[in-house]
Design a protein around this ligand. Structure first.
Ligand code: HAM
Length: 430
């Protein structure tokens, strides 16, 4: 029989790497808390229409990367519903905002999420079919200040702080403005016009994109096409006064708090809902998939999916890519050692070992327990791999209440009274 394996593009996350995942998630939660965000958890699958209308039919995500299936109809007369594993979380968050009338409070909604997303992309380093995002969205009625450039700058300042706090070095922030819903059609018309002559000389993907989604031409990575793309009209020249002022205000606030950035006029991003500010944090260590995170403003998304006017801005971090970056920086993740490994001497001591372990665990220590059938040599070898100390538990120790403890690092062996054991085993730096 064939051995079953995880499906292509999916993978198991195992200890000790999962410790790094947990540390990243805990740091993100802590930072989001300090910026007064609350957590939202939306379903893993949604009605396909949500992504078709929200993310956009012409995007790569919707046109070729979604895991979509027909649900079973409940009754014969009913049409089967088309469902999709979420490829991203912004559309789901905005759907929830509309469904629960969160805008009625008149307040900004500041929501963060951590969870798996699914895209049927070609797997490679840093690109998976099930991947994990840590994201946040700020949405609300215009009266709550949701359109303010302060929101954009605050989010970017928070992200720079989060990456610093995680210890990621060498990141680069790229920003752009893709204009309002009135600027963009003017720009796209100009782009189409310029591409009429140019596109036939470009790569096949660009030829297709010039027809279906001309903005995507700016994303092309083919070296020969680069000078041609540089000669195309730039979005900055098509922003109206209000959009220009908005972008200038975002930059001024970033300058004020010393967040460094580069303006990239080609940063259009792969989802259709963006308006005005778009951004990406990149990291050179990631190779081809160099975007650590991406996001932007989506002032029209709520209306696109049938909701009230609710401008918003948000981002999603590729958690898999954060892990890759931190691993490359710090080397292999070392497993956390237990405070002690309890070695019962003989099968009869197994219940005593469990009692002692319970005492120590309830005192907050990380404890592993061996087995009375192990020879003493095996207990020491196993203990040395798992813990900083080994506690020997024979009949003498149980009777006398004095336990034999060996510290692996110093090689020192001592007798410690049971009541003092928990504090003696606690690492001095903890
Ligand atoms: P996105 O650029 O499609 O934006 O994805 C955000 C991040 O998710 C990327 O920068 C990357 O780090 C990670 N990512 C995307 N696809 C994969 C993959 N196949 N494997 C591993 N990592 C991946 C969004 O998803 C928007 N919803 C972000 C947003 C929130 N915009 C506004 N609010």
């Amino acid at each position: 029989m064939n051995t079953l394996k995880a499906v292509r593009g999916t993978r198991d996350l195992l200890p000790p790497e999962t410790e790094l995942w947990n540390r990243i998630e805990a740091t993100a939660r802590s930072v989001f808390g300090r910026y007064n965000f609350g957590e939202i958890r939306t379903p893993i699958f949604e009605d396909t229409q949500l992504f078709a209308r929200g993310v956009g039919e012409e995007t790569d995500i919707v046109s070729k990367e979604m895991y979509t299936w027909e649900d079973r109809a409940r009754a014969q007369s009913e049409k089967a519903q088309s469902l999709t594993l979420r490829p991203e979380n912004t559309a789901g968050a905005v759907r929830a905002y509309i469904e629960h009338q969160l805008g009625e409070s008149g307040m900004l909604q500041k929501l963060y999420y951590i969870g798996p997303q699914f895209r049927r992309e070609r797997p490679q380093k840093g690109r998976y079919r099930q991947f994990y995002q840590i994201g946040a969205e700020v949405i609300g009625p215009p009266s709550a200040g949701s359109e303010s450039p302060l929101r954009d700058a605050e989010l970017l300042e928070m992200l720079a702080g989060l990456l610093d706090e995680l210890g990621i070095t060498g990141w680069k922030l790229l920003i752009n403005s893709v204009g309002s819903s009135t600027d963009r059609p003017r720009y796209i018309a100009a782009l189409k016009e310029a591409l009429k002559d140019l596109a036939p000389t470009m790569c096949v993907d660009c030829q297709r994109r010039a027809e279906t989604n001309p903005l995507r031409v700016l994303d092309c990575k083919v070296p020969e096409d680069q000078p041609k793309i540089e000669s195309l009209p730039r979005i900055a020249d098509y922003l109206d006064e209000a959009s220009q002022a908005h972008f200038a205000a975002v930059r001024a606030a970033l300058d004020a708090c010393g967040v460094e950035y580069e303006i990239s006029h080609r940063l259009v991003r792969g989802l259709d809902y963006y308006t005005r500010t778009t951004f990406e944090f990149q990291h050179g260590g990631l190779g081809a998939q160099n975007a650590l995170l991406g996001g932007g403003r989506y002032d029209g998304l709520s209306e696109m999916i049938g909701g009230p006017k609710a401008p918003g801005i948000g981002f999603a971090i590729g958690a898999d890519r954060l892990v890759l970056t931190l691993e490359a920086q710090a080397g292999q993740v070392v497993p956390t050692l237990a405070d002690a490994y309890i070695a019962p001497l003989g099968d009869a001591r197994n219940p005593d070992a469990l009692v002692l372990a319970r005492e120590l665990r309830r005192a907050g220590l990380r404890i592993d327990v061996g087995d009375g059938s192990f020879r003493i040599k095996k207990s020491f070898e196993t203990g040395n791999k798992l813990a900083r100390n080994i506690v020997l538990l024979g009949e003498d120790e149980v009777q006398s209440g004095m336990l034999t403890v060996k510290n692996f690092a110093s090689g020192e062996q001592t007798k410690i009274a049971r009541e003092q054991l928990a504090s003696a085993l606690t690492a001095p730096h903890e």
